[in-house]
Design a protein around this ligand. Structure first.
Ligand code: THU
Length: 182
C-alpha cells in the first residue's frame, strides 16, 4: 500500500482476497475477507469467524477492527470487503456502524463500480457526538489511554514524520520508542 494519499484499490482488494483463505465459515460456506489501510499507511486485515451459535459469528470487518487495535490502533482511510470470489461486497449494517467509529463519514469503501464513502453507506449516523451531547466529554483518540501508548508490535510500527512507506524511504523520521500514531 505505502502511499498515504492515493489508495491502491487493486492491492487492497487482493489483501482482502488473501484473507478469504483464513476465513472460518463452515456453516454458511460464505467466506469473507477484509483489508483496510490506515491514515498512516498501515494495512490491517480480517476474515469472518463463524460460530455454531449463529448469532455469535464475527464478520470480517469486526475482526479487522479488533486487529487494528491489537496492532496499535489508528484511523481507517479505506477498506475493501470481498466475497469468496474476490468481488467487493457491501458491509452489513452492523459493520457499517463498527467501521464508521474508526473511519468516520470520509472512510472509503470498495464497491463494485468504484469506491463508496461511508457517508453514502451510512447516512444520518449515530456517532460519538451524540453521546457527547449529554454534557460529558467523549474521548476517542490516543489521549484516552492512561499512560504513554505501548509501542507497536514488531513489523507493525506506524510511519514516522515525513515517511511515506514507499520503497527506499529508509528510516527517515523513525524513532524506535515512538508510540503508535492514532
Ligand atoms: N459477513 C461478513 O463477514 N461481513 C459482512 O459484511 C456480511 C456478512 C459474513 C458473516 C457470515 O459468516 C457470512 O458472511 C454469511 O452471512
Amino acid at each position: 500500500m505505502g502511499h498515504v494519499h492515493t489508495i491502491d484499490w487493486e492491492t487492497l482488494q487482493s489483501s482482502a482476497f488473501e484473507m478469504v483463505r483464513r476465513s472460518y465459515a463452515p456453516y454458511s460456506g460464505y467466506p469473507v475477507g477484509a483489508a483496510a489501510v490506515t491514515i498512516d499507511g498501515r494495512t490491517v486485515t480480517g476474515c469472518n469467524v463463524e460460530n455454531v451459535s449463529s448469532g455469535l459469528t464475527l464478520c470480517a470487518e469486526t475482526v479487522l477492527v479488533g486487529n487494528l487495535f491489537a496492532l496499535g490502533g489508528g484511523r481507517l482511510r479505506a477498506v475493501a470487503v470481498v466475497d469468496g470470489a474476490g468481488r467487493p461486497i457491501a458491509p452489513c449494517g452492523r459493520c457499517r456502524q463498527v467501521l464508521y467509529e474508526h473511519g468516520g463519514p470520509d472512510l472509503l469503501v470498495a464497491g463494485p463500480d468504484g469506491p463508496w464513502t461511508m457517508a453514502t453507506l451510512l447516512p444520518h449516523p449515530f456517532g460519538p457526538d451524540d453521546l457527547a451531547r449529554r454534557g460529558r466529554p467523549v474521548t476517542t483518540g490516543p489521549e484516552r489511554l492512561p499512560g504513554p501508548p505501548a509501542g507497536l508490535p514488531e513489523g507493525h510500527r506506524a510511519l514516522g514524520a515525513g515517511e511515506t512507506g514507499e520503497p527506499g524511504d529508509g528510516d527517515r523520521g523513525r524513532s524506535d520508542d515512538a508510540g503508535p500514531v492514532r
